[in-house]
Write a protein that binds this ligand. Structure first.
Ligand SMILES: [Zn+2]
Length: 266
């Protein structure tokens, strides 16, 4: 139908990752806009639009979350005239803004049982642990050290072909990583693995303590280390990192401290 041709859907500001689309459906004099998230992870998005001869039923912009492989009715417009125009704009990040972290969970240190590594940057670390990464932890670790799951879940995102590194934010997208979805809807991310060092694939179910891959020095780094962070979506442009507790051979670690060595136990 002609009026369908008048719908223009632009994917402006969409991040480089694919997998999110919108479509419109006319129903009872309304135009209903749906968003499809084809990714294996939840997303948090911001949606707005420019339009003509339509009246939005809700206020814009909208910030909301969609489950993995989910479709959601996100906006409605009353149709004023058949010759209407609509341009949808949206952006999104991985993570669900409604997830509530299980703060009682005690994470395993993200390496082999019995192995000992030193924290080189803790929560609020001055090199890079601010904003989205406020509650991340860095473990100084030689390249090739075994990384094990701090918590079980499903692998939802990986990168395995990065090889550049440097002490500058411009290298951030070169980091190899593994992202695991936990059963409370939060995500754990293991970053800076070596080229080809990711030994799991998207869709794999992993248990706490399972071997995930080999540490490295890819991305935004000033030396080989593992960066580990647990997060949820906050809005379309950022994540909210979560302060977590670990268990070590010395007991519960309420906050990992820079310069202190911790031995992994089950
Ligand atoms: Zn870090």
């Amino acid at each position: 139908m002609l009026k369908i041709l008048l719908l223009i859907f632009l994917y402006l500001f969409s991040f480089a990752k694919e997998g999110v689309q919108t479509y419109g459906e006319e129903k009872n004099g309304e135009l209903q806009i749906y968003m499809i998230n084809n990714n294996p992870y939840d997303i948090t998005f911001k949606y707005l639009a420019t339009y003509d001869k339509l009246v939005p039923v809700q206020s814009l912009p909208i910030t909301d979350s969609i489950k993995s492989k989910g479709t959601k009715l996100i906006a409605k417009y009353m149709i004023f005239d058949e010759q209407y125009m609509l341009t949808n704009n949206y952006s999104w990040v991985l993570g669900n803004k409604y997830a509530i972290h299980d703060d009682k969970y005690l994470y395993k240190l993200p390496y082999k049982d019995g192995a000992t590594y030193q924290v080189t940057q803790g929560f609020n670390g001055s090199f890079s642990h601010n904003g989205d990464s406020q509650y991340a932890v860095d473990f100084g670790m030689e390249e090739g050290a075994e990384i094990h799951a701090s918590r079980g879940g499903v692998v939802v995102d990986i990168k395995n072909n990065g090889f550049r590194n440097g002490a500058n934010k411009i290298f951030a997208t070169d980091a190899n990583h593994i992202t695991i979805k936990h059963d409370d809807g939060t995500y754990g991310k293991y970053v800076h693995l070596k080229f080809g060092g990711v030994m799991v694939k998207v869709g794999d179910a992993v248990k706490r303590g399972d071997f995930l891959g080999y540490s490295g020095n890819t991305g935004w780094t000033n030396g080989p280390h593992l960066h580990f962070v647990v997060f949820t979506g906050k809005d379309h442009a950022s994540r909210k990192s979560i302060p977590i507790k670990f268990i070590s051979s010395d007991g519960i670690v309420d906050e990992p401290i820079r310069g202190v060595k911790y031995t992994s136990v089950e």
